[in-house]
Design a binder for this molecule. Structure first.
Ligand code: E4P
Length: 218
């Protein structure tokens, strides 16, 4: 399973890129706004810097809600770097934009997907990626990972090439379940990436080896 980092924070991206663990990046308007405030940089400059740090796909979201606005913004974003993927919200106009961008060879990531039918429509429109938001579904008492299973089954039934990005990841269990289900990608916040390294027995083991070593070298 590929791991994308769900952030626009340049420090977090730099640090993760050093370990070569990250296959791509997803951003959204909230994450970009946070980084604009933190750095004082314009969103275009932030995206340029991200593309210099990571080789894989970098999702950048349009702000417009209308078809022409979305297509115009998509082209502006794509001009920043070829690896930019255009994040489009799951709306009627959004799917028209996906179709137009597909015809021009521009990759899209359909975002804010909360049902299997929405994912089906995105695949039919020609989306490169679809992003079910599992954490936000869990938050309202639904089962986010169940939706991922449904989408994977539907895409397999009809041989859709659209890749599933498990998004709105809240804890390591989401990541493990995504991998067990065979999801293509999980996009995870930096905080969760750090948690994936942790196990109390690893910490105890390191401490014990350290103490034994020091004991023998007193
Ligand atoms: C995905 O592409 C989104 O940026 C993200 O996963 C949203 O997650 P949230 O529910 O933590 O905001």
């Amino acid at each position: 399973m590929k791991i994308f980092l769900d952030t626009a924070n340049l420090e977090e991206i730099k640090n993760s890129a050093e370990a070569n663990l990250i296959d791509g990046i997803t951003t959204n308007p909230s994450l970009m706004a946070r980084e604009i405030k933190r750095t004082g940089l314009e969103s275009t400059d932030i995206l340029k810097q991200i593309t210099a740090l990571v080789n894989g796909p970098i999702s950048a979201e349009v702000i417009s809600k209308d078809l022409e606005g979305m297509v115009r913004e998509a082209k502006e974003l794509k001009a920043i770097a070829p690896q930019i993927v255009i994040k489009i919200p799951m709306t009627f106009d959004g799917m028209k934009a996906v179709r137009r961008l597909r015809a021009e060879g521009i990759d899209t990531n359909v975002t804010l997907v909360f049902s299997a039918n929405q994912a089906l429509l995105a695949a039919k429109a020609g989306a490169t990626y679809v992003s079910p938001f599992v954490g936000r579904l869990d938050d309202i008492g639904n089962d986010g990972m169940n939706l991922v299973g449904e989408i994977l089954t539907i895409f397999e039934n009809y041989n859709y090439k659209t890749k599933v990005i498990v998004a709105s990841v809240r804890h390591p269990k989401h990541v493990k379940e995504a991998a067990l289900m065979g999801a293509d990608i999980a996009t995870i916040p930096y905080k969760i990436l750090n948690k994936l390294f942790n196990h109390c027995l690893t910490d105890q083991g390191i401490e014990r080896f350290d103490n034994d070593w020091k004991d023998a070298h007193k």
